[in-house]
Design a protein around this ligand. Structure first.
Ligand SMILES: [Zn+2]
Length: 321
């Protein structure tokens, strides 16, 4: 593929130019979440030639994701979002390099984001958002926040010296499992703002601490000025979320109704041989799919079960206690 031709429409723009394109091509970006926002941001960044992209997602693809998660196809249902995203992105632009991490991000493994020039927050839970906020403040890495629900969404670039997520978002507003729905055009719009803010950071353009609010149905777009909150812990250098203990053993995902169990690191090949005698096993190299289980090599299992008890029972029957 001819690099010059591929990026021509960006190179001729004064906002990017040849120099900006070089900076984009030499940069490394981490995207947390490969769903509606993350998949779109990843696609835009990869098409624009971001040199190294890391995509992190703990979840699997469901049929109800396909309405808005544009990287995925019906045949991907049941497979890891991060791994499929990597496959697609690599096809979209083979010049760039994409790394997939199908992990549950926590205070320990977040260190893998240290080399990123920009971190893009496309998660759907507050725990991870505040963890990213703490980490990026501490490491002085620009963080591009984005969120969307129903017909509205928010986006903002959180810069090392500026106000942070905790300055305007309350930790108390924890997610509920209530399904409110989301319009597929708002996720694409918010992702476009996030990708634009990422380009601006990468080419070294000045960015204002503006929180974008967009209700695409009501035709309302606002730029809200965010100021540092005097009592903000993160801005004072107190990183509560980075100091939390290891991963919780079991959690239920609101998004997919799956149970996640954190087990010990596991040799997938041994288990594969054992499982194959019982039923069909799908091998993704980094993960095995068997019955209602998706098991990753770091020992993390996602189990489709009607209750916590049932999930634990499936886990101990097929993987071990
Ligand atoms: Zn703050």
């Amino acid at each position: 593929m001819e690099k010059k031709r591929y990026y021509h429409q960006h190179v001729v723009m004064k906002e990017i130019g040849l120099q900006g394109q070089e900076k984009i091509s030499n940069s490394s970006v981490a995207i947390i979440g490969a769903g509606a926002l993350g998949g779109r941001v990843a696609e835009l960044l990869v098409r624009a030639g971001v040199g190294k992209l890391t995509v992190i997602d703990r979840d699997i693809i469901e049929e109800s994701n396909l309405q808005r998660q544009t990287l995925f196809l019906p045949r991907d249902v049941g497979r890891s979002k991060a791994l499929i995203a990597k496959e697609r992105l690599q096809e979209i632009n083979p010049i760039t390099s994409t790394k997939a991490l199908p992990i549950h991000l926590n205070a320990k493994n977040i260190i893998s984001l240290q080399k990123a020039r920009v971190v893009v927050d496309c998660t759907d839970n507050f725990e991870t958002r505040f963890l990213l906020n703490d980490f990026c403040k501490k490491e002085k890495i620009p963080l591009v926040y984005g969120a969307a629900i129903m017909t509205e969404g928010y986006a903002m670039a959180i810069l090392p010296e500026g106000p942070c997520l905790s300055c305007f978002l309350k930790e108390a507003s924890l997610e509920t499992c209530e399904t409110l729905g989301v319009l597929n055009t708002i996720t694409t719009s918010i992702a476009a703002i996030q990708a634009t803010l990422t380009f601006k950071v990468l080419v070294g353009e000045k960015i204002s601490p503006i929180l974008y609010y967009y209700d695409i149905w009501q035709q309302s777009l606002k730029s809200l000025n965010v100021k540092k909150r005097v009592t903000c812990q993160t801005c004072k250098g107190i990183y509560t979320f980075l100091n939390k203990d290891g991963p919780i053993k079991m959690i239920k995902f609101c998004s997919t109704n799956l149970y996640q169990i954190m087990g010990e690191k596991i040799a997938l090949s041994t288990l594969k041989r054992r499982w194959e005698k019982m039923d069909r096993v799908t091998d993704d190299k980094e993960a095995l799919r068997f019955k209602e289980i998706l098991l990753f090599k770091d020992g993390r299992a996602l189990i489709d079960a009607p209750s916590e008890q049932a999930a634990l029972a499936i886990y101990s029957k097929w993987i071990g206690s």
